[in-house]
Design a binder for this molecule. Structure first.
Ligand code: AMP
Length: 357
């Protein structure tokens, strides 16, 4: 462990949202400091981090000063411009590595990567204009979903195509951005695996959770997920395959569709993941500590689950229910956001529903 960080050293975090906040809290428990870099002032992470830089992604002087002040850099936000990362990486290592980021930033590269690994995905085709959309629909059929290749999250940048007559409207929603068409996967439910890989190549995965979305936003994660023993093993093995192939260091989220013919990978996220928040109260070592351990070059912890858990996201004015929730047996995690806008993730609660089954 020659390159392991010692307590008192500093992890730089790109992005200052709730994921950065929970990473900073986990790091502080291990005696490590965090320095958050975010263009927005006063975000959830800055409040709990040892240091914060508020500067634009293209502010070279600020990026350089940040990189020089930290011992390793990680990120909670995937859309940091490549040029900013180049500048940082010339000074200090970035974990997870650039390839992991590049693959997950672009839905086409991501699908190609997964296919080349031999993993099942929705059928897909690249779409740049009306002619390529027609060709893609010809091959894939309907129903299908048109998605922007980059910068999509929580169901944004997506349009469903139920019949060929929806094609023009769906393409207009892409606003000229490069897109991919995905065939609609007939799934019974959605699950995700949160996996981690350390600098030495060790892999540890948390038990898969079952996810319920509303309006494209994660509403609830339940562990254990409804999966057979074989599916559970498949889920963990495929996450390990992705982690190893990417020479990954840190925590990765893999979203899966459960279908009659097996697990189909929807997408991967090169970071701690909302569907892994249950680990904070269901495991001795949660996803945030696991990520910090990996990035710091420490051995991974044992992520075994001690309890069954239901994690509920508090979205928009759900947060008004806090006084009532506080009177129940629920672990409350709020992100310190001042304004409860519609669709905004304000916090989450974990309820333990019994000893691990
Ligand atoms: P995404 O942003 O790609 O994770 O998509 C958001 C949600 O849309 C997913 O969690 C699914 O519920 C649904 N979805 C996305 N892609 C597909 C697909 N190819 N087939 C069926 N449902 C999908």
């Amino acid at each position: 462990m020659t390159d392991a960080l010692r307590p008192g050293q500093t992890i730089g975090i790109l992005g200052g949202g709730q994921l950065g906040r929970m990473l900073a809290v986990a790091a502080s428990r291990l005696g490590l400091h965090c320095h958050v870099y975010d263009p927005a002032e006063g975000g959830p992470a800055a409040e709990v981090a040892a240091r914060a830089t508020c500067a634009a992604w293209d502010d070279e002087a600020a990026l350089r000063a940040f990189a020089e002040a930290v011992d390793v850099v990680t990120y909670e936000f995937e859309n940091v411009p490549a040029e900013s990362l180049d500048l940082i990486e010339a000074i200090v290592p970035i974990r997870p590595n650039r390839r992991a980021l590049a693959v997950s930033q672009d839905r086409l590269d991501e699908k190609d990567f997964l296919r080349d690994l031999g993993l099942a995905t929705a059928p897909y085709a690249t779409v740049d204009d009306a002619a390529s959309l027609d060709a893609a629909l010809e091959r894939i059929g309907t129903p299908a979903i048109l998605k922007t290749r980059r910068f999509g999250y929580d169901g944004k940048g997506q349009a469903r195509i139920m019949a060929a007559s929806d094609a023009a409207a769906a393409l207009a929603e892409m606003n000229g951005a490069p897109a991919i068409l995905e065939g609609f996967v007939e799934f019974s439910h959605e699950v995700s695996v949160i996996g981690a890989r350390g600098t030495g190549g060790a892999v540890a995965c948390f038990d898969p959770g079952e996810n319920r979305h509303e309006g494209g936003i994660l509403r609830e994660t339940t562990v254990p997920a409804r999966l057979s023993a074989a599916q559970r093993t498949d889920a963990v093995l495929l996450a390990a395959k992705i982690l190893t192939e990417l020479d990954y260091v840190g925590v990765l989220g893999v979203e899966l569709f459960v279908t009659a013919s097996g697990l189909v990978v929807n997408e991967i996220a090169p970071r701690v993941h909302n569907s892994g928040h249950w680990t904070q109260d269901g495991c001795l070592i949660d996803q945030f500590e696991q990520h910090i351990r990996a990035v710091a070059g420490w051995p991974l912890g044992d992520g075994a689950r001690h309890s069954d858990v239901v994690m509920e996201n508090l979205i928009g004015d759900d947060v008004d229910r806090i006084p009532e929730i506080a009177g129940t047996q629920a672990a409350i995690h709020l992100y310190g956001k001042a304004e409860a806008r519609a669709g905004r993730k304000m916090g989450h609660v974990n309820r333990l529903t019994g000893p691990a089954r």
